[in-house]
Design a protein around this ligand. Structure first.
Ligand SMILES: Nc1ncnc2c1ncn2[C@@H]1O[C@H](COP(=O)(O)OP(=O)(O)OP(=O)(O)O)[C@@H](O)[C@H]1O
Length: 965
């Protein structure tokens, strides 16, 4: 693992790192002359080595009850303690870790004039002195010491060893953390050189007189010593290794209030900046003290950025809080102690940093490899260490998680199968039913027949129909077909992780097509390679719909992208049709999932769910089924008379959808060898499990009264670990079934959970059967959808954050998926994709997203760029008033520099706070014009594409955003 030692490129953190609390001590200084003159009294007393108390006898009862009177720390120092003692007992151990290759930080915090500089000056000198002593005593090693110093003044970083006052930039290095660009580093020659450099720093440091301290330090000062050491006997041999670490001595500026220091003008401005930095430091410490899980705003100030690793990362840290004993400063002193109390709870995880020469690295890796190999070869002889046990536990957890995933997918597949069965039933009963629901009137509708259909289409009956005219060619119908690029990328991984491939989506809007073409060009794929012709059907509206016995209208569609003219509505060929049985033996399993806004339809229970249907509904269905082949009219739908709350009482409505298509395909396919049996019988044998989840949804659309064929969403998911794979060209969809959406206004499908074992014995559940009865569902152990949604949403947000996903993507996804039960699949798909991405990044690997190679570092960079783009948009998209109110709301000073950039940098940063997420989404949506247009991207695009697909007409911005990914 890489460490963060400035000046060293490749630092390996050795073992032995452990969590350790920051060492916190408090130093009380004596009353100073001014305080004595003002007849101030000393109200604080260190009653032992660890406790300091407030001893004001005049304290009112309410004050006593409000504040603690005793505070305990690792060490407290009385006012008569020398700085040497403070160093020895409060900082030495931490500071000298640096000679052993462990980063260290010592900093002083406290109100102005409390003795921070007084203390830190001594600590710095004592430490460096001891380091030289150590070097003297360890002749067997060669040491290199480098000295640098900086100050943060008014939120600008200045090099204290240079006369150039140009602010230095902070750079983020994914491996080394925050780096101060161009900071001078002097190689130390000897002790005199140290003293010389320290006095240069002192002279350079911004000092300004305040009412409380004539030589008040107005800046935060960081003196940094980097020490590298190597054993002399290996030097020059090429296989040496070096211990490398830095120690920071941080003298913070005074945290006085502007009123107290009577600051005005420049001093007041300084106070604001100092306080902002200190405020952020306080917030960071407070948040860290509660754990490192939430968002820690290190980036909100230069100080916390630079000190990030010292405050919770790879560093040992000691904080000395200095305070005056004066009664008049009691409030400040309490604040200091509060800060110190929080700091006590913060832990860091320092590790030994080892820099290896290439040769040494190779040797080290060879040794490591040999060790691992021998462990693998003889696990029995290897002592079952706690590491090994932990590894096993991890594996178990992974297996558990995978089993859960498999169950979820099986359930989703079952649901889809049952829906598909309904469709097939519809097709089987009446292949021309779609004609009767009005499709014959749509001149632009074309439907593909699967080439190897067992039921060749009877084109004669349709030959004259413009709807099914075989005279259409793709090129002549561009306006009605969407060309969908198949950004199918094989995320081929080792055989322990599922393969995911993917991903395409598109809008029906022509601009979106252009956008796709743009992206296609960028990804070096030809349109032919990437695009797929989509054939969809569309049903005009409710008035055209007939009451049907199944919840779907279904068509077989050949979407192989071969340009063949669609010929006929036909059921899919037997071997490729989804079976209603839960068997996994089919080559592919097509699963339709409900999409809202598309179809609202009569949804009588599936056949296998018959027993779940109330007798009343059954009776009514029987009554109406007689008429099911007739073209209905709005007022002739017999089902309209059904009671509102009966399961089949919803009317069929096929409405417009935007174009969409998406494909997620796992590349391994189940060999038809009964693997599923194993899979079903041995859920624990995850390595041999295969799950295919083919999801294909054709979305129906219309243009006025003449809908155009637009959509197919095809998602095929397959998870396989050990299966021998045969390559599947995901660009071609062998047989797809276009489905309409099942959307029940009142019947909310809940999160599907079902044991795989049950599926062979029990009828598949239709979406509508799940979640209707929360109490019953609870009995069955089903999670309620709202709870599940929140969980998924939170997980996704966390993964976005971890993977540095585009903010625009997050925003669209967040705004589109607000908890509708039919969103479950999108949430699931997004979750999986992000988990995959995170996993890939965590292994330090790159992957390909939309034709571009993406790594953790590049995604980080892209998000930074995106933030800059967003900040630029603020001028265009937000009025002055809106901007100001946002700055205020987001705690950004109205006069601070780079306000817009600051705002952009705060967007989507606090993944714990859902209000923050909602606000961020709102701001981003506003900036990219999403809100303006009142348009929503089709949800399906998210199934499947990582890149933002803004429906915005602001192409240049949109493109630049997309190009960020
Ligand atoms: N423990 C101490 N014993 C004696 N004198 C002290 C002690 N601590 C501080 N002083 C004196 O108090 C004064 C203020 O100290 P110092 O400048 O270190 O405060 P500071 O906290 O760094 O203030 P600022 O934040 O304004 O820079 C100095 O004159 C210093 O000599």
């Amino acid at each position: 693992m890489m460490g963060t030692v400035e000046g060293y490129d490749e630092v390996i953190r050795g073992p032995g790192g452990h969590e350790e609390s920051i060492f916190v001590s408090v130093r009380l200084r004596p009353l100073d002359e001014k305080e004595i003159l003002k007849k101030d009294v000393s109200d604080w007393e260190c009653i032992n080595d660890t406790t300091i108390i407030y001893k004001n006898a005049n304290l009112s009862l309410s004050e006593r009850s409000m504040y603690p009177t005793a505070y305990t720390f690792d060490r407290v120092f009385r006012s008569d303690c020398s700085t040497r003692q403070v160093y020895e007992e409060g900082a030495k151990e931490v500071a000298l870790s640096v000679v052993s290759g462990i980063n260290a930080t010592v900093f002083a915090y406290g109100q102005t004039s409390s003795g921070k500089t007084y203390t830190m000056t001594g600590i710095t000198e004592y430490t460096i002195g001891d380091i030289y002593d150590y070097i003297q005593k360890h002749r067997e090693r060669e040491f290199i010491l480098k000295f640098s110093a900086m100050e943060i003044y008014n939120e600008c970083v200045r090099d204290l060893l240079s006369t150039d006052t140009t602010p230095l930039r902070l750079l983020d290095d994914p491996e080394r953390g925050t780096i101060v660009e161009k900071l001078t580093e002097e190689a130390l020659r000897d002790w005199d050189h140290v003293i010389e450099l320290l006095s240069v720093c002192e002279a350079q440091r911004q000092i300004g007189e305040t009412a409380l301290n004539e030589t008040s330090s107005r800046s935060h000062q960081i003196i940094r010593l980097t020490i590298g050491s190597s054993a002399r006997e290996f030097l020059g041999r090429g296989n040496y290794s070096t211990l490398a670490a830095t120690v920071n001595f941080v003298d913070l500026a005074g945290s006085e209030r502007a009123s107290q220091s009577l600051s005005a003008g420049t001093r007041l401005k300084e106070g604001c900046h100092i306080n902002r930095s200190l405020l952020t430091l306080g917030t960071v410490i407070r948040k860290l003290s509660k754990g490192k899980n939430g968002h820690i705003p290190f980036r909100d100030s230069k100080l916390t950025r630079i000190l990030q690793s010292s405050l919770g990362g790879n560093s040992r840290t000691a904080i000395i809080c200095t305070m005056s004993p004066a009664r008049s400063l009691v409030e400040q002193s309490r604040n200091t102690l509060l800060f110190a109390s929080c700091a006590k709870e913060v832990t860091t995880n320092a590790q030994v940093n080892v820099v290896m020469s290439e040769k040494a690295l190779v040797k080290h890796l060879q040794r490591e490899l040999a060790r691992l190999e021998s462990e693998l070869r003889s696990p029995g002889t290897t002592v079952i260490t706690s590491d090994y046990a932990a590894l096993l536990r991890d594996r178990d957890l992974q297996i558990e998680q995978l089993e859960k995933d498999v169950k979820d997918l099986i359930l989703q597949r079952d649901i889809a199968q049952s829906q598909l069965k309904e469709m097939q039933k519809l097709l089987g009963e009446d292949r021309n039913s779609l004609m009767r629901v009005g499709l014959g009137n749509y001149p632009n509708l074309r439907i593909h027949e699967s080439p190897d259909s067992e039921h060749p289409p009877d084109t004669s009956s349709l030959a004259d129909s413009p709807t099914f005219s075989s005279g259409h060619s793709r090129s002549s119908s561009e306006d009605n077909f969407i060309r969908i690029p198949d950004y199918v990328e094989n995320f081929q991984d080792n055989n322990t992780s599922p393969r995911l491939l993917v991903i395409s989506s598109s809008f029906s809007e022509s601009e979106s097509c252009h956008e796709w073409e743009e992206i296609e060009k960028r990804s070096n794929g030809t349109s032919e390679d990437l695009c797929k012709e989509v054939r969809c059907i569309e049903v005009e509206d409710l008035s055209c719909a007939r009451p049907v016995e199944t919840p779907f209208s279904a068509l077989s569609v050949n979407s192989s992208g071969d340009g063949e003219i669609p010929e006929l509505l036909s059921p899919p060929p037997e071997k490729e049709r989804i079976s209603a049985s839960p068997s996994l033996n089919e080559e592919k399993q097509l699963v339709s999932l409900p999409f809202k806004e598309h179809v609202e339809l009569v949804s009588p229970p599936l056949k296998q769910d018959e027993q779940m249907v109330s007798p009343q509904v059954k009776e009514e269905r029987e009554l109406h089924s007689v008429d099911s082949c007739n073209v209905p009219t709005a007022n002739s739908s017999p089902l309209q008379d059904l009671p509102e709350d009966s399961p089949g009482s919803k009317s069929l409505k096929l409405t417009k959808s935007r174009s969409c298509k998406a494909s997620i395909t796992m590349t391994n396919h189940t060999p038809p060898d009964g693997t599923e049996k194993e899979f079903i019988a041995r859920p624990g044998g995850i390595g041999r499990k295969l799950l295919k989840f083919h999801f294909d949804v054709g979305r129906l659309s219309r243009e006025g009264s003449h809908p155009s064929a637009e959509n197919i969403v095809d998602i095929e998911l397959e998870a396989s670990n050990e299966m021998s794979s045969r390559t599947h060209n995901s660009n071609s969809i062998d047989t797809c079934t276009t489905m309409t959406e099942l959307h029940h206004e009142n019947e909310i499908p809940d999160a599907p959970i079902k044991e795989p074992e049950e599926k062979s014995n029990q009828p598949s559940k239709n979406v509508k059967d799940i979640g209707l009865d929360p109490i019953e569902d609870e009995h069955k152990g089903l999670t309620s959808w709202p709870t599940e949604f929140k969980r998924l949403q939170k997980e996704i947000i966390e993964l976005w954050d971890a993977c540095n996903v585009s903010l625009v993507h997050r925003t669209y996804f967040y705004l589109l998926f607000q908890g509708d039960p039919t969103d479950a699949i999108y949430m699931e798909v997004e979750l999986r994709r992000m988990a995959f991405l995170k996993d890939t990044f965590s292994r330090g690997e790159k992957t390909i997203v939309n034709g571009q190679t993406v790594s953790l570092a590049s995604s980080m960079k892209a998000v930074r760029h995106e933030r800059r783009m967003l900040s630029k948009q603020m001028l265009k998209k937000l009025s002055e008033e809106e901007r100001q109110s946002l700055f205020l709301k987001w705690g950004i000073g109205l006069n601070t520099k780079l306000r817009r950039l600051q705002l952009a940098h705060r967007l989507w940063t606090n993944k714990e706070d859902m209000n923050h997420i909602a606000d961020s989404a709102y701001v981003v949506a506003k900036l990219v014009g999403f809100i303006e247009q009142g348009q929503q991207a089709p949800k399906e695009m998210f199934g499947l594409n990582f890149a933002p697909r803004t429906p915005s007409r602001n192409y240049s911005f949109k493109r630049s955003l997309i190009s960020l990914l």
